[in-house]
Design a protein around this ligand. Structure first.
Ligand code: UDP
Length: 327
């Protein structure tokens, strides 16, 4: 199949491209490198089945051509990372909503299926653990910047479902829970590359709040298996799927584990949320996916635990020490 990946030079997009090429598909990436990097796809350039365009999805004429040429579209282009969202809310809101509108609109004209990545952030402050796809979404007040991201991605989900119901466009929505692995940058806030880089360079590990907030981290290679596994699964059309790990850790324990596994001399410092992000910042206490639906649909489950994830990120960070100092 010929697959078009928007945001294909992002952290997840690069891994997805690689996996699809390995499966024998041809891949075209469109990415404006706003948060992505050519380093995420440079190792794929020699493949005859791989091509890319450095441009924004906003270029509707170009996108129309690319959609025409593709059999299916993975829509990953988005503004991501809590730090980025809090610092640049206009960019986050406008990018996330407008680009999804463009992709769905063009795809529906040609009847090309769209597989779209949303985020576990949409569950907001819900306490109904584990989070199930049909559960309520609970956002905070609009003056708390972080919720802009959740709302923008929830609107994208509504749009994908609306195009499916009203125009018959095949769409599949993935809610990705904290996804980690080699090549992820800590520049936009992601905790594991940040803490690993701090531990390896002997700097203090910055744990935000009291560190008792908990997360489940999923290796990107597992995540992309779910994305690829859903290709051509017609029973998935018009549905939403959680994709993530259920192995939970508090952030302070994560920091301790990273220090331990890197034999680092670094200390842990606790940084108040308002210093790390903004005044009145609200974090999510816990976030665990209910994986029943994706399991039933394609038999997907994770294969790598947190220690393997950390070791993989450590190995990558040591290998590319240029990246290590960048966060
Ligand atoms: N975090 C932290 N130190 C950092 C970066 C993040 O303690 O240097 C915390 C953050 O406040 C959150 C958790 O780690 O509670 C996961 O953050 P990330 O940005 O990776 O993903 P989120 O779950 O917030 O989308």
């Amino acid at each position: 199949m010929k697959l078009l990946i928007t945001g294909g030079a992002g952290f997840v997009g690069g891994h997805l491209s690689e996996r699809l090429l390995k499966a024998g598909h041809s891949v075209h990436v469109i990415d404006d490198l706003s948060t992505g990097s050519i380093n995420n796809i440079s190792h794929l350039k020699d493949s005859p089945d791989f091509s890319y365009t450095i441009e924004s999805v906003d270029n509707v004429q170009l996108m129309a051509e690319l959609v025409d040429e593709a059999d299916m579209i993975y829509h990953l282009a988005a503004a991501v990372g809590v730090q980025l969202i809090v610092d640049s809310p206009i960019r986050a809101l406008e990018t996330n909503i407008r680009l999804t509108e463009i992709v769905l609109n063009l795809a529906s004209k040609k009847g090309k299926p769209v597989l779209f990545t949303s985020t576990s952030e949409v569950y907001g402050k819900s306490q109904a653990l584990p989070f199930a796809e049909d559960g309520d979404l609970t956002f905070g007040a609009t003056d708390k910047g972080r919720w802009a991201y959740a709302c923008s991605k929830a609107i994208d989900e509504f749009l994908a479902l609306a195009y499916y119901r009203e125009r018959g466009l095949p769409t599949v929505t993935f809610r990705l829970f904290n996804t980690v692995g080699p090549r992820q940058t800590g520049r936009y806030g992601m905790v594991i590359p940040r803490l690993v880089s701090q531990a390896l360079s002997g700097r203090p590990l910055t744990v935000y709040g009291d560190g008792e907030q908990r997360r489940c981290f999923c290796h990107v290679s597992d995540t992309v298996e779910a994305l690829v596994g859903m290709l051509e699964v017609e029973t998935a059309y018009g549905r939403v799927f959680n994709v993530g790990s259920q192995e939970e850790t508090s952030i302070v324990d994560l920091a301790r584990r990273i220090i331990d596994r890197t034999n680092s001399e670094s200390e842990i410092v606790f940084v108040p949320y308002e210093e790390a992000y903004e005044r009145g910042f609200e974090d999510m206490e816990r976030r665990i996916p209910d994986l029943t639906r994706v399991g039933e649909e394609i038999g997907w489950q994770t294969s790598r635990d947190l220690n393997e994830i950390i070791d993989d990120v450590v190995a990558y960070t040591q290998f590319s020490s240029g990246t290590a100092t960048a966060v």
